[in-house]
Design a binder for this molecule. Structure first.
Ligand code: SF4
Ligand code: SF4
Length: 402
């Protein structure tokens, strides 16, 4: 019988599942029946595609009834760790639609990540996940890009506001190498507000999110420990991210791994709200658009971070805001998290098309988010569909409006 030392810690949670099926679909008086799990909605409906079946697999693996195998690993990795099942599970909720991670009796994401950690230990990691781990080990980013080029996006002649750095801007790999417009917009906004900041190059490495989400914990702890030391050495008390994945990892995972951090972690949308409120950042240019907002899973359900982006959108002149039906704790996932984009890329794009259709259905011209990973996958879906929907990160709009 295979040793599952990580999953064993969550045995009680695994056995708490009622097998009710709310993680498959729910009945709503207005919406009729609607699906809960993006993977299940795009794969045909067998239990192993959504949480109930994954927890059954966990139970049978713990009991030694089914031995971990490549097939089992595939089903455990077919999950974006979006947390929509958790938000709809009556065991997980401490109040309707809300998961309190400290109190919940069933934290599906923790169970899945622990199971994945055991699969990795048993040599059952997916090849695409192993490949990005090798790249993180060698280049400190999952994209196979040279570490020396991590700041190549920085606008030439960029002038840092004078003074001692108030914050660290933790850029993150996706903004540094794939969606550099987010990094450029972020530094543009900080410069306009006159906020002296530091980027920890060459000390900023991958935050570890892709490793933690896919169960590759040894290397994750190594890179997290490295970043943590660099942040603490700087003596700066606030770390700001423009990436939902970095935010969740620095804020929740680093704390889980190392205890009290000794610094604050903030998302750029919260910082911008404060800068506008303090009069340090002026909104000079009105925009003209009808826009909706997609809650990234790592900000929304994982960190309960729903209001600051909406408050910021409300401040932008000329933006008519409209909500999609599936929003906040019920938001539909973009499909790319939890190792999905690298291992099941086509499926990730298929899931993202749902969100683009939903945005169009409410009449939005712009789909906004607060995460470079969401934006990246939405742009792939836009290309695949030939959609005319504009896909932007909120910080890009702030950069245009200031
Ligand atoms: S995980 Fe929660 S929602 Fe899903 S079957 Fe179990 S108890 Fe029901
Ligand atoms: S976390 Fe998201 S993708 Fe994974 S089983 Fe739950 S609803 Fe499905």
């Amino acid at each position: 019988m295979a040793k599952l030392k990580n999953l064993e810690k969550y045995k009680e949670m695994v056995y708490t599942c009622l097998r009710c099926g709310s993680c498959r679909d729910l009945w709503d008086p207005k919406e009729n029946v609607y699906g809960t799990c993006p993977i299940r909605e795009h794969t045909g409906g067998f239990d192993v595609y959504f949480m109930r079946g994954k927890l059954m697999l966990a139970r049978k693996a713990l009991e030694g009834v089914i031995e971990p195998s490549e097939d089992m690993a595939k089903y455990i990795y077919l999950c974006s760790t979006c947390g929509n099942c958790e938000a709809h599970c009556r065991i997980s909720q401490t109040s309707p639609g809300k998961v309190d991670r400290e109190k919940t009796k069933l934290d599906q994401i923790k169970v899945i990540e622990a199971f994945r950690a055991d699969l990795v230990d048993l040599g059952l990691a997916l090849p695409r996940h192993k490949a990005f781990a090798d790249s993180i080990s060698k280049n400190h980013n999952p994209y196979g890009e040279p570490h020396d080029a991590r700041l190549a996006w920085m606008p030439e002649g960029f002038e840092m506001p004078e003074g001692d750095p108030e914050i660290i801007y933790f850029v993150g790999c996706t903004s540094a190498y794939r969606r550099t417009e987010l990094a450029k917009a972020t530094v543009d906004v900080l410069r306009k507000a006159g906020v002296p900041f530091k980027i920890m190059h060459p000390d900023e490495w991958c935050c570890g999110s892709p490793l933690l989400r896919t169960g590759q914990r040894g290397l994750a702890e190594e890179v997290a420990g490295h970043n943590l030391d660099a942040i603490r050495r700087s003596g700066i008390g606030t770390v700001v991210t423009s990436c939902a994945g970095c935010y969740r990892t620095l804020k929740l995972d680093y704390k889980d791994l190392f205890g009290d951090l000794g610094f604050e972690v903030k998302h750029i949308s919260e910082v911008v709200n404060d800068l506008i409120g303090e009069g340090r950042l002026k909104l000079k240019r009105p925009l003209a658009m009808k826009a909706t907002y997609h809650d990234p899973c790592h900000l929304g359900r994982h960190c309960d971070y729903y209001d600051p982006p909406r408050e910021l959108i409300a401040k932008l002149k000329g933006v008519e805001f409209v909500e999609m039906p599936r929003t906040r704790s019920g938001a539909w996932c973009c499909g790319s998290g939890g190792g999905m984009k690298s291992a099941f890329g086509e499926l990730a794009i298929e899931i993202a098309t749902d969100r683009l259709k939903e945005a169009k259905e409410v009449g939005a011209e712009y789909l906004l988010s607060c995460c470079p990973f969401c934006k990246h996958n939405f742009l792939d879906a836009k290309r695949a569909m030939g959609s005319d929907l504009e896909i932007y990160d909120l910080i890009e709009l702030v950069s245009q409006a200031t």
